[in-house]
Structures are given as C-alpha cells and as structure tokens.
Design a protein around this ligand. Structure first.
Ligand code: EPZ
Length: 428
C-alpha cells in the first residue's frame, strides 16, 4: 500500500494549477447516459473516482474514450446495454449511485445497489428515492438493490426537500430533464457543482433555470443531444491548497481558482490573518512572517463554509494562536482526522459535532493514518508545517480526489515523496 513521506520544510512559493472538480465531473459523467450524441468533457480530473465511474459507464454500454492521463473524455451513450449497477461497483464509490436517475429517465427502469454508509456517516439516499417517486417511479428495495421503474416515462413534480442535499438535488435534476412537464425543486442545493451540471445539461438541450438558487425549475424535453463542456475548477482542491499555503506561509498562486465559489473560506482565511488576493486568473495566497489567529467555523451548505474543507481548516487552526471552535453540521462522523492530528501534537477535543482546537506553537512529525479523502489531505497540510518527518499511510483515499498532489506541492517547494506499489510501477 502506498504512503507519503513529508518533511516539514518552510514556506511554499509558486503556482498551482487547479484541476476540474471531482464532485462535478462524477455527475457530468452520469449525465452522459441521458445524451443520444457524444458528451465531451474537458478539464476532466484524472482520479481513481472518475476513472472508476468511466468503467461503470462502459459496463452500461456507454462508449468512453479517455486516454490515460488526458483531460478530455468523450462519452457516447448511443445504446445503453445494461441498466444494472451491481453492489461491487456502487459499494466502492457512492457517486456511482447517480446512474439510477439517468437510466430511469432514458430507459424507464434501473436496478442499482444501495450505496450503504461510509466513513463519514450513514449517508442515506431517501431524498433521492422520494424525488423519483414524486416523478411517478415505482421503487422497490430488495436484497440491497433499488429497483426503479417508470415504464411510461417520468412526469414533472413539485418537490420540496426537507433539508438541503447536494446529491438529491443533482439526482432529481438528472431525472427531471427527460420527464413530461415541469419539475420544481425547492430547498435545492446551490453548490457550484449544481450550476455546472445544469449548464452542461442545458448545453445538451435541457431547460433548467434557477440553478445556483434554492428553487430550480426544469422543463422536461423529449431528448438530449450532446455537447462539449469544460468541468468547473475544483473549489475544494483550490481551498485545500489555499489552506496549505496559509499554514506553511509563503506566496502561492492558485491558477483557475474561482473566488466566487470560495467566499466563506476566503473570509475565514482573512480573519485568521492570511492575505488572499483575487486576481483575474485565480487566487493568490500570502502569509509572510505574520502569525495565524484562531477563527471559529461552522460547516453549512453553500454559500456556507464547506464540510469538504473542515478537516483542512482544523489542521490550520491547530497552529493558530488562540482557541477555535469548529462545528460540523453536515455529516455526523467527520472528525476522524482529529485523533490523527493530535498524534502530530495538535490539541483538539471533540464533543459531539464540535471540535475545540487550542492552537500550539508547533507540530511534530509522526506516522499517521488517512481515513477518508479530506481527512487525508488535512494530515498532509499538518505534515508540511510539522518539525521532522511525517508518514501518511493508506493514501489511496487521497488518490480518489487529488490529482498529482505530490507534484503540485513539490513544485512549490514541499518535500513530499510517495513510496509503495503504484510509485514503483509508475516510476513516480
Ligand atoms: C456531496 O455528497 C459530496 N460528494 C460530498 O463530498 C460533500 O461533502 C457533500 O455533497 C456536501 O457538500 C459528491 O459530490 C460525490 P448531501 P452528498 O446529500 O451529495 C444527508 C468528498 O469528500 N442525506 O448534500 O452525498 C446526508 O447523510 C465528499 O468529496 C440524507 O439524509 O451530500 C448528509 O448528512 C464527501 N438523505 C446530508 O444529507 C439523502 O437522501 C448532506 O448530504 C441524502 C442526504
């Protein structure tokens, strides 16, 4: 199994290109099932998760052309040959569940394994299924599988989500684009990835308005064509590198990062004493000499502070002056990085959904274990500022969501090396 060795090594200086967003790309890939003509995605992030989704699409009959290492992926769902997504494929990555809605809308039926829980919480899919039922689908859950059918097609519905769910909003949109009539989604998520999906679907002939607000309207159309669409820049990757630069100090330009998607983080970084400059082609993060001060954050749906940056921000707060309270409001079990950060010398007490972080003057390198994607990268950030060497084990989590992490940080001066099977086979 691969691991990363990181030597705490002073400020970061340079430029980091931001990749396409994983959490957008995965839903855009699922959208290809709706399109009768090719959907071409550019700025596709080469990640374990997006490659895995491509394999699932191939299994369903989609022709996928995506040469290794390339950022252009062409998908053509001329003939869908299977409507079954088996347990082994859905278990490994929850986002594969998102093929259910497009299959139901395009073919009229689908059998997709329930995704089950994961390390950060139970993560049910009840809101997704209620949305499909409201659109007229018959849903049966049998032996761990969702069997959904709408043989005469889905029909538009008025859906008011009881709370904000990114996945349910996207999934309902993916189904409603081919439904008969209008669908209105209320209390919808407004994450930038939702707008990216809506823009791509509209380019394929869908009629979606209101995306980016809490009410989305979708006028169903008879069919979708194809399009060429550039995947939005990954705000979580950008935010992660912004926090890394804030922690290590220095001057880093995040090329392609979109300030409009990162308002809550930019505000928190500025309050912590970090300089964030919005430039036409990205964001510049600077901290030269000045200390960091503790800031409280509460995770919330967009435009609130993103749960996917909570672990990274906790790493930053562990070296800030003062005490920070970090509240996690989206997932019930998303503090697994806290004990690992404590192994590096952080002073963190977890009480329910609150973590109290008392800043310490310095962290010290130690072996630590990655538990999920964002937790893993919080350990990398802490390691960049810790004295001595840190080894981060089980980094397959990192490879699910960060493209060329060691290379991007390494070019800014970080001393970070990978060892293990994939490092040997790829020669990296
Ligand atoms: C997406 O997950 C992201 N994943 C997550 O990123 C992200 O943390 C999350 O949105 C919130 O921003 C992908 O896009 C692939 P939700 P999703 O539905 O859609 C509960 C990462 O690290 N809920 O907004 O699954 C749910 O359990 C990942 O990249 C229900 O109860 O998140 C959670 O507590 C992790 N029933 C809350 O809602 C439902 O039917 C919000 O989840 C659906 C959700």
């Amino acid at each position: 199994m691969d691991k990363l060795s990181i030597l705490g090594n002073g400020p970061l200086e340079g430029r980091i290109p931001i990749s396409g967003a994983k959490n957008s790309a995965l839903k855009l890939q699922a959208a290809s099932l709706l399109c009768e003509e090719p959907l071409v995605l550019t700025s596709m992030p080469n990640l374990a998760d997006t490659r895995f989704m491509a394999d699932l699409l191939r299994n369903l009959g989609v022709e996928v052309e995506w040469p290794k290492g390339e950022a252009l992926c062409r998908m053509h769902a001329a003939n869908i040959t299977s409507t079954i997504a088996p347990y082994d494929l859905v278990r490994k990555m929850r986002a594969t569940f998102n093929v259910l809605g497009p299959l139901l809308a395009r073919v009229g039926h689908a059998t997709v394994s329930l995704p089950g829980g994961c390390a950060i919480g139970a993560r049910p899919v009840d809101l997704h299924l209620k949305a499909f039922e409201a659109m007229g689908a018959d849903i049966v859950i049998e032996e761990g599988y969702v069997k959904a059918a709408a043989l005469r097609g889905l029909r538009g519905a008025h859906i008011n989500f009881p709370f904000v769910s990114v996945g349910a909003t996207e999934h309902a949109m993916l189904a409603a684009v081919l439904a008969h009539g209008e669908t209105i989604l209320e209390n919808a998520a407004a994450e930038p990835e939702i707008s990216d999906l809506a823009n791509c679907l509209n380019a394929c002939g869908a009629k979606i308005t209101g995306h980016g607000t809490s009410t989305i309207r979708i006028q169903g159309v008879a069919k979708l064509t194809g399009a060429r669409h550039d995947v939005i820049a990954d705000r979580i990757e950008a935010g992660t590198f912004a926090i890394a630069a804030a922690a290590a100090g220095g001057n880093v330009f995040l090329e392609g990062a979109r300030a409009e998607d990162l308002g809550a983080l930019i505000d928190a970084l500025r309050r912590a004493g970090v300089t964030v400059e919005v430039e036409s082609k990205g964001l510049r993060i600077k901290r030269n000499g000045g200390g960091l001060v503790a800031v409280d954050v509460d995770t919330r749906p967009h435009p609130g502070f993103p749960t996917d940056l909570q672990a990274q921000f906790m790493a930053l707060m562990s070296i800030a002056e003062g005490t920070s309270t970090i509240r996690e409001n989206i997932f019930e079990n998303r503090f697994m990085h806290a004990p690992e950060l404590s192994r590096l010398g952080a002073n963190i007490t977890v009480r329910g959904n609150e973590a109290i972080v008392k800043g310490v003057p310095k962290l010290k390198g130690a072996p630590v274990m990655a538990t999920d994607l964002r937790a893993s990268v919080s350990l990398v950030i802490a390691a960049l500022v810790a004295e001595g060497e840190t080894t981060v084990n089980r980094i397959y989590h990192l490879d699910r969501g960060f493209e060329r992490l060691e290379e991007k940080l390494g070019r800014c001066g970080a001393k970070i090396t990978r060892s293990g099977d994939s490092a040997r086979s790829s020669g990296r």
